[in-house]
Write a protein that binds this ligand. Sequence first.
Ligand code: DC
Length: 226
Amino acid sequence: MRKIIVAIDGYSSCGKSTMAKALAEYAGYRYVDTGAMYRATALAGLRKGIITDDEIDEEKLKVMIENLKIDFAIVEGKQHTTLDGEDVESEIRTLEVGNAASRVSAIGFVRVKLVELQQRMGDEKGIVMDGRDIGTVVFPKAELKIFVTAAAEIRAKRRFDELKAKGKEMKMDEVLADVIDRDYRDTHRKESPLKQAVDARILDNSELTREEQFETIKGWFNEARR
Ligand code: DC
């Protein structure tokens, strides 16, 4: 069977990465979390003071990004994001870095640089990549494109449970407001807004269990690689 590229896009907190990882494992493919790459870039900018609460120094960011080494390493069977060789996996998952990532991801030259890196990762195919623009910009010719969606209330509940499990208590209406806010920013930004590729398969997982979702995408995958 031929090796293919699987592009998975969708809203935040809709379980894209869990699904993408499971599919990559099933297929024996490489998994790439592109959100982690935007997060790592944001972390580097925050650490250097290039990104502050009220502004981003774009000139300095441009220089920084040219010399940035973002990669992935396997630690105890799990994929960890590295920044210049340092394991930053837990540091990039905070709300602060997530918000900074959302701001840097709207800058054109940041996207050009990271998209270039992502396209190189797909040179050999055999890859499952998730993000917001994978099927539309990074791999417009991907053999399988999946667009994942779920109702905002359901995604908010999932994020609420996740945060709670990590010991972070937040109010449900705050989490929902954050989800709605991010959806708006992701779909309305000028550079590569989140949108469904015309040839993407849509997976609304509001009412599906993980197993049901996996069965669906496994079927699509096996069909696409034939
Ligand atoms: O999926 P995530 O929450 O880890 O993504 C972090 C931020 O990066 C989010 O605001 C959307 C942005 N992003 C993007 O613009 N393009 C991608 N391919 C992946 C993520």
